[in-house]
Design a protein around this ligand. Structure first.
Ligand code: NAG
Ligand code: NAG
Ligand code: NAG
Ligand code: NAG
Length: 544
């Protein structure tokens, strides 16, 4: 008999989560985010699960071991005459902590999402792995404004993390573990990875060591390289079919006559703008970065999409599939005189089924997928959490994902996706305020002057994924100088790795795939070496 278990999970926290990954949020991205929220029920729901499926839920159910703790922060860090404070949320893992051993604190920066999304890293991921190896205390610190650490005034700086490290008293721990008296190792992945690198540079006395994984230390206004990584590393047949589909779609749109039947093929004959149309059909590509080596947390969407592109259609059989794109036997005639390769027919069917179907009854396609009505981006309630990361994008980080500026460069997104289109959301969503006006384009110098591709320091580890679409913005970019990989300055690439693959872990390292187990063992090794250096420098100070 199969054991049936009832599990109650609150979906409200899931709905809060933007995504565990750095998002590309163009105007269409915001539309799709909103539709996703509609489908994530805001009310707690009762699920019936087989015990065999329970592991898949583990990452969404918060174990009682990790209850939220709160640290009081000053609201305005620089103006001492303002006494207001807000509470910043954090969680700790003390399973492996051995008092009195000089054990470190391993802190994970929550980055641009609710800190709850990061709890798996405290439980089985990188924080647990390093805390276990060093008898340390693990911490996840929620980023100000995200999740529940919402202060009502404006953003200041990374100094909040510094204040936390220098002053926190962990409940249940008597030892004074504040920095700089205790070793703090600062970990971050993605945007938080850039923060980890910046923290090591800005607060060297508090941050003894830092690990910057998939760290986007290079801010860029145009980020066309993101899609180019996907083009270069996706399954070659899929990549070629995407490229040729997009070429075909662009030329059909150029000639206008057949653009309505083309849009109809994708289920959006009612969408006015061609650019809105091509940005809509770009959306499955965003699933590439959601791949994770652990199938319990990774998204299969990209691979499913690729597989769907080469499905037989109608009376076309499997042997037709191996013919070249555009071969007469692969062509399908459609109403309105349109005749296209079956990859495009499959592409249309996929978009219709997985994206267009999200548009609720009673809304027009224009309301769901149009991006030219400014008012749809002007809601400012605290529910509109897409505004948070987008604000950072519009002021300092950029990363507008456009087609390659060189028109002859191969591409898997439409040439119509240009900077004007991708960045118009900044002007639509942030009307000039009394105190602050979002600049016409982000000032990426603010980020890049902290080190950019060349950011380096002793005990700052740089870890990246070979096929991470964000790699072009990290010190492992093809534009960056090569470096040596040393214990003091680790510089490691995970073969076939996507976005911060080292952040995820399994309870037993032996169960991890070889490349992941290898990087984890290397990380444990260099952190342990760093800890030895601390002992040497302290012994020297104490005259031993
Ligand atoms: C802040 O607190 C200090 C001492 O606690 C007090 O003297 C001062 O008036 C307070 N300032 C404001 C603006 O409330
Ligand atoms: C942020 O808030 C402070 C008051 O706490 C204000 O003086 C400052 O002008 C604000 N800055 C921005 C960029 O809004
Ligand atoms: C912890 O130690 C630091 C010196 O490393 C000291 O400044 C701080 O006051 C101590 N905190 C507590 C609560 O004892
Ligand atoms: C951009 O930021 C840099 C560094 O903070 C600053 O020096 C520069 O004046 C800013 N540029 C503009 C146009 O605001």
């Amino acid at each position: 008999m199969r054991l049936r278990v009832f599990v109650l999970i609150s979906l409200s926290c899931l709905a809060q989560a933007i995504s565990p990954n750095l998002l590309r949020l163009g105007p269409q991205g915001v539309n799709l985010w909103k539709l996703e929220q509609l489908h994530a029920s805001p009310k707690p729901a009762l699920f019936v699960q087989d015990a065999s499926e329970i592991n898949h839920l583990e990452h969404t159910v918060i174990k009682p071991e990790f209850t939220a703790l709160w640290f009081e922060q000053p609201l305005d860090h620089f103006d001492k005459s303002i006494n207001d404070t807000f509470l910043q949320r954090y969680w700790i893992n003390t399973r492996h902590y051995k008092p009195g051993t000089g054990a470190p604190v391993i802190i994970l920066d929550g980055g641009e999402t609710s800190g709850e999304d990061r709890i798996p890293f405290l439980d089985t991921g990188i924080v647990e792995i390093l805390a276990r190896a060093t008898n340390g205390v693990g911490v996840v610190l929620e980023h100000r404004y995200y999740g529940e650490s919402i202060a009502t005034k404006n953003l200041t700086t990374d100094s909040l993390s510094a204040n936390f490290m220098a002053n926190v008293q962990f409940p249940g721990i008597d030892e004074n573990l504040t920095a700089p008296g205790t070793i703090w190792i600062y970990y971050g992945g993605s945007y938080a990875g850039a923060r980890a690198a910046h923290m090591r540079v800005l607060y060297p006395e508090l941050v003894y060591g830092a690990i910057a994984s998939s760290a986007v230390t290079h801010a860029a206004i145009i980020n066309w390289e993101y899609m180019d990584i996907i083009r270069r590393y996706a399954d070659p047949v899929c990549s070629e079919h995407l490229q040729k589909s997009i070429e075909t779609i662009d030329s059909i749109l150029d000639h206008r006559i057949l653009s309505t039947p083309l849009k109809a093929l994708f289920g959006v004959h009612g969408l006015k703008s061609d650019t809105d149309f091509v940005s809509l059909i770009e959306s499955p590509l965003g699933a590439w970065q959601a791949k994770v080596w652990d199938p319990a947390v990774g998204s299969p969407t990209f691979d499913n999409f690729c597989a769907a592109l080469s499905k037989p259609v109608g009376r076309k059989t499997a042997d037709v599939m191996s013919l070249e794109f555009g071969h007469p036997k692969r062509m399908i005639s459609l109403p309105g005189g349109l005749k296209v390769d079956l990859a495009i027919v499959n592409y249309g069917a996929w978009i219709k089924e997985h994206i267009v179907s999200r548009c609720p009854e009673g809304s027009t396609q224009e309301e769901c997928f149009g991006t030219y009505d400014d008012t749809q981006y002007q809601g400012t309630s605290l529910k509109e959490i897409w505004r948070l990361w987008l604000f950072q994008v519009c002021t300092e980080w950029g990363y507008f994902t456009t087609a390659p500026p060189d028109p002859t460069h191969p591409r898997i997104i439409s040439k119509r996706l240009d900077l004007e289109y991708e960045s118009k959301i900044c002007r639509q969503a942030y009307a000039p305020g009394i105190h602050f006006t979002v600049p016409p384009l982000p000032n990426v110098t603010v980020v890049n002057e902290l080190g950019d591709f060349d950011i380096a320091m002793d005990r700052l580890a740089i870890i990246d994924g070979e096929v991470d679409p964000w790699r072009p913005d990290t010190p492992h970019s093809d534009y960056a100088k090569d470096r040596e990989d040393t214990i003091l300055r680790p510089f490691k690439i995970i073969p076939n790795g996507v976005h911060h693959y080292d952040e995820y872990g399994l309870k037993n390292l032996e169960d991890e795939p070889p490349e992941i187990r290898k990087i984890h063992e290397e990380m444990i090794a260099f952190v342990k070496e760093w800890l030895k250096d601390w002992k040497v420098s302290r012994d020297l100070e104490e005259g031993k």
